[in-house]
Design a protein around this ligand. Sequence first.
Ligand code: GAL
Length: 381
Amino acid sequence: MTNIISKTLSSAVFTLVALAALSCSPYTDQPIRSGEIWPDDRGEHINAHGGGILYYDNTFYWFGEHKGERSSAAFVGVTCYSSKDLVNWKYEGVALPISEDPESEITSGCVLERPKVIYNEKTGKFVMWFHLELKGQGYSAARSAVAVSDKVTGPYTYLGSGRVNPGIMAENVTEEDFAWLDSLTEVPTSWTPEWLEAVSRGLFFKRDFEGGQMARDMTLFVDDDGKAYHIYASEENLTLNIAELSDDYLSHSGRYVRVAPAGHNEAPAIFKRNGTYWMITSGCTGWDPNAARMFSAPSIFGPWEQHPNPCRGDKSEITYGGQSTNILPIPGKKDLYMFMADIWRPRNPIDARYIWLPIQFDENGTPYLEWMDEWNIEEYK
Ligand code: GAL
C-alpha cells in the first residue's frame, strides 16, 4: 500500500516537474524553415542580413544589415528585432541609423555590413562592431567601425572607424618573415605558388603594417572569461585575423594572430564547445555561395587546424545556397548551437533569405551540418 502511495506520489511529482519544465521553456514547437519568407510582428520579411544574435535578459536580439530593393548599400542602418523563442520576432527599429550628413563616415550610401553586438558586463554597455566601406570607394576602405549604447535596442552612438592595430605586430609573424619579404626582388605573379607563399608570410600584412590591417567580413566572440575577440577577413580577404578587444570592447588590445594565411576565407562564424573553438567560414566569391570551410583550435589564438567542409548532402558544395554569418549557442539546450547563414539576392537584396540549422556532432565530436526543410528547437534537450 505504502508502495502504491509512494509510486503515485512520485509520478505526480514527476508530472508536475515535467509540466513546470515545459511551461518554463521559452521555445515553441513552431518550426524554423530556412530559405522562406520570415515575417516579423508587422508581417514584413525580416530585414537583418549578415547579422548576429545577442542573448540578453532572457531575450534574443537580432541585429543585421537593412537591405533595400535595388542596392546592397546602406540607406537605413542596422536593424534590431527581439524574440523569446527565435521564431516570433518583433521589430525593434533601427538600432544604428545611417547619417544624412554627407561628411559622416556612415553617410547614406556607405557600405555597412555584418554588424554584431555584444554586452560588456563591466561597463554595462552594448557594443556594436561592423564592417564599413566609405561611400563611393567600393570595398577599398576595409575598415572596422564601432558604436555603443546603454540600451540594447539602441539608439547606438557611432564612435568611429579605422583599419585594425596599426603598427602592431601579430603574434605569429616573425622578424624572419619580414626579412624574407624584404629579400624578394620582385612581387611574384598573383596566384602562383610563390605568390601564395609570399602572402602567407605576410606580403599584404607588411604592406598594411603602418596603416593598420584591412578588415572586411567579421564577427565577434565573447569567451567564458569575458574577453572579447574581433574576427575578420584581412589582407585583401586572403587571411583571417583574430584580434582581442580592450576590456571595454571599444578598441583593440593589440594582441592578435593571423589565421589561415593565404587561405582566402571570409564570413567567419565561431563557437566554443568542450574547450575547443570551432570556426566556420566561406570562400570568397562575392554574393555567390561556395563551399563552407571549418577550423578548430584549442585556444582562440590557435594553432587553428582546417577540417573538411562541414556541410553534408545535397548542395553541400554551396552551403545550401548560403554564406555563414553567426553561430548561436541556444540557452537552456545543452548541446545546441545554431548555424546562421544568408542566402543573398543581390538583384533584390531585400528578398535575401536566412538559413538557420542546428549543428550536429559526429562520434568524434566534429561538427557537421545537414539541410533540414524544417526543425524545431523544442525537440532538443
Ligand atoms: C561577400 C561578403 C558580403 C559582401 C559581399 C559583397 O563576399 O561576404 O558580406 O561584402 O561579398 O560582394
